[in-house]
Design a binder for this molecule. Structure first.
Ligand code: HEC
Length: 107
């Protein structure tokens, strides 16, 4: 393989990899915005009318802060309070990525 071709192969691989990582992040964000935001709010603060009606706790609530990532994934899979179970509707990968996005509001 000539040096030039090898360089191109490496370049294409890098671009593909960067694209895949970018997609994983934005898909969690896109999912959160389309499926979760109406009840948990744009920043997890549960300030929407639906959140108030369903008594969703904001992410700043000590009880929510105490949730591990695994416990959150479980709450979303199996449902909690008025939140419906998402298993069967979203894949585990989708639930994990939506929860990771939700957890970015913890900071
Ligand atoms: C119909 C409104 C509604 C939608 C849509 C919704 N939730 Fe919830 N969620 C709730 C309610 C109500 C609870 C339980 C009350 C509480 O503790 O906040 C809850 C609890 C949680 C919890 C447990 C920790 C916490 O905040 O109490 C997590 C994590 C969570 N939801 C994430 C999600 C994710 C991720 C999505 C999108 C896939 C989602 N929710 C969609 C209403 C909703």
């Amino acid at each position: 393989m000539s040096k030039k071709i090898r360089f191109h192969v490496a370049l294409v691989a890098t671009i593909l990899l960067a694209g895949a990582v970018g997609f994983a992040q934005s898909s969690g964000e896109a999912l959160y915005k389309s499926k979760c935001q109406m009840c948990h709010g744009a920043k997890g603060l549960a300030e929407t009318p639906a959140a108030k009606a369903m008594k969703v706790k904001p992410i700043t609530d000590p009880e929510v802060k105490g949730f591990t990532e695994a416990k959150m994934v479980e709450a979303v899979r199996n449902g909690m309070g008025k939140m419906q179970p998402y298993k069967g509707k979203l894949t585990d990968v989708q639930i994990n990525s939506a929860v990771s996005y939700f957890r970015t509001f913890l900071k």
